[in-house]
Write a protein of this length. Structure first.
Length: 185
């Protein structure tokens, strides 16, 4: 499978799996608005002091811009407690009680931005694919970065850099059809 085909297939899967409010602007669908990134349920310690928050979750509310239901940029983030469509900001003095520290990695690395960065990486790699050592370095670096993002809590969006790593691997070790020997029976 060609690396770019794998990359585009992954992008399509992510586009189809992300429900958003959107408006059509010709052929391009642009989505904007606010969303909340789930972090965890309200901890027991907070529920002991504030029992009315039973059933609430801790999240990170942000404004976003996207194309085809895929966030490309996020801003104005703040920690909140929320349930359904209700939310309230968590004051800085109470963030420790709610087990909330800084913004989650998913806020800083939206899927659309990852897609663009990995596309640039694959374009650079295709221009440099004759240098096998550099390609191996790019592949290992991308795989290590993907693992780091996953363990930092990025989740499903790590499919994007993972597919780029697989694409780099195929570009590094895949055979060129012109070098292949004819099939002999």
């Amino acid at each position: 499978m060609k690396p770019i085909l794998l990359f585009l297939t992954t992008a399509l899967v992510l586009l189809l799996s992300a429900p958003r409010e959107a408006e059509a602007k010709g052929i391009v669908i642009i989505n904007t608005g606010r969303d909340i990134l789930y972090m965890h349920d309200v901890p027991e310690a907070a529920l002991e002091q504030l029992p009315e928050l039973a059933g609430y979750k801790v999240g990170y509310k942000y404004s976003m811009f996207g194309v085809f239901w895929l966030d490309f940029w996020r801003w104005d983030g703040e920690l909140v407690v929320y349930k359904d469509t209700e939310y309230a900001p968590i004051p800085a003095s109470e963030q420790a009680l709610f087990g909330a520290g800084s913004a989650p990695i998913g806020y800083h690395a939206p899927p659309g931005l990852l897609l663009v960065l990995c596309g640039i990486l694959l374009a650079i790699a295709s221009a440099l694919k004759r240098n096998r050592k550099l390609m191996i370095g790019l592949t290992v670096g991308t795989a290590a970065g993907t693992a780091a993002l996953y363990f930092m809590g990025l989740g499903l969006s790590t499919i994007i850099p993972a597919s780029a790593a697989v694409g780099l691997l195929v570009m590094t070790y895949g055979t060129d059809d012109s070098d292949a020997e004819p099939y002999a029976e």
